[in-house]
Design a protein around this ligand. Structure first.
Ligand SMILES: [Zn+2]
Length: 392
């Protein structure tokens, strides 16, 4: 066990009604008893009882706010951010990026540690990686009074919030990551796909505040997809995103690694773009170099970035149409360069353009959030917060 990762085992869990109130306060901010009752369909007596229980348990504070018009002062309930702290950790192929967050998802400290080098088969040694994660948690635990739980995020397929069925960048297959990390730290652990973590973070602290259904697309080292439907994040995608990633854009286009001519991935996947540019130039070239060349006016590089941006526009339109949501969140390291190209919005606008006798108009709310690895780790932390609060 990590000595400094003190497990506050004495803290009682929240009842489902207490959780509903806490969740409302975290997502929507301070609220009067009256507003809470209206939103959560609770009687005034129930709301008062719940408010008292949360204040007594240190989860919320309550203050009297004078009414501006005639009337009694109102009791305003506010979540106490420091009531819980959670470590979030995003694993890439070579690094564990960690943050410790309070209950509002505010990052209190960050840290990173190198993961062990992969073996000859390209697999990152599992037991040594668990030790690194536990040490990272221990380091972050020293920065806050106590840690209540851990959220871990990995690229690939995760089952039952614990098992890495397919760790895309780590070479892991069917390994239980939650149990050994919980044993090392003595803390509750939840493991999730990294884009699902981002979707769950957006559900509470981003797009979910205004949209109950939305999609998340990440563009960086690989294409990633997350789905929130009617306020619930889809935990495991049926296809790991293949159906959207390989949707056709232009049959005359370049081939993806699976051999599809002109699919979304062929245009948009970073490695595919680098391959296409490298073949044209006769030397290896990185995505950032292509962006730089495009910004400097190189026509071939601009074609590649425009093609990727256009494919992203088609992907957004297809995703929004299939989900029947007006909101798609674009995130990831490469998203800024692509949304800066007019080709993305042109593709979306063309897809939305109604026919001459059609009256229905629709606008899409496309939110672009370029992410650092710290932001990814924060997504994992928010999943950890939801886990320790008892969100199913
Ligand atoms: Zn393809």
């Amino acid at each position: 066990m990590v000595k400094s990762a003190r497990s506050p085992a004495t803290r009682p869990g929240l009842s489902s009604a207490e959780l509903a109130v806490t969740r409302h306060l975290l997502i929507h901010g301070p609220s009067t008893r009256q507003d809470l009752g209206d939103h959560l369909n609770l009687s005034y007596a129930s709301t008062s009882r719940l408010a008292r229980a949360l204040v007594d348990g240190g989860m919320a504070s309550e203050a009297l706010v004078p009414e501006t018009a005639i009337g009694r002062p109102r009791q305003v309930l506010t979540a106490v951010p420091a009531a819980r702290h959670v470590v979030g950790c995003k694993l890439t192929a070579d690094t564990a990026y960690g943050v410790v967050c309070d209950m509002l998802g505010t990052v209190r400290a960050t840290a990173r540690m190198a993961l062990p080098k992969p073996d000859a088969r390209g697999t990152v040694p599992f037991a040594a990686a668990v030790t690194v994660i536990a040490r990272l948690v221990g380091r972050l635990a020293r920065r806050v009074p106590a840690i209540d739980g851990i959220g871990l995020a990995v690229g690939g397929v995760v089952a039952r919030r614990a098992i890495v069925t397919e760790g895309t960048f780590l070479g892991w297959r069917d390994v239980d990551l939650a149990t050994p990390v919980a044993e090392h730290t003595g803390l509750p652990v939840i493991v999730t796909n990294d884009v699902t973590a981002l979707a769950r973070e957006q559900l509470w602290f981003g797009a979910g505040r205004t949209h109950s259904t939305f999609g998340v697309v990440t563009v960086g080292a690989g294409l990633g997809f997350g789905v929130v439907r009617e306020g619930i994040a889809v935990e495991e995608l049926i296809d790991n995103g293949h159906l959207l990633a390989h949707a056709p854009v232009d049959p005359r286009g370049p081939r993806c690694r699976l051999g599809h001519p002109g699919c979304v991935a062929a245009y948009l996947n970073r490695e595919d773009i680098e391959d296409h540019a490298g073949r044209a130039l006769g030397r290896p070239v990185t995505f950032d170099e292509i962006v730089g060349a495009s910004d400097a006016g190189d026509p071939a590089a601009t074609d590649l970035i425009s093609g990727a941006a256009r494919a992203l526009g088609h992907l957004v339109a297809t995703f929004a149409g299939a989900l029947q949501s007006t909101c798609v969140v674009l995130a990831g390291e490469d998203v800024a360069a692509l949304t800066a190209s007019p080709a993305m919005n042109e593709a979306v606008a063309d897809r939305l353009r109604p026919g001459p006798h059609e009256v229905q108009r629709c606008a899409l709310d496309i939110v672009a959030t370029p992410l650092t690895f710290t932001d990814w780790a924060r997504g994992a932390a928010v999943v950890g917060i939801q886990h320790v609060l008892g969100v199913v």
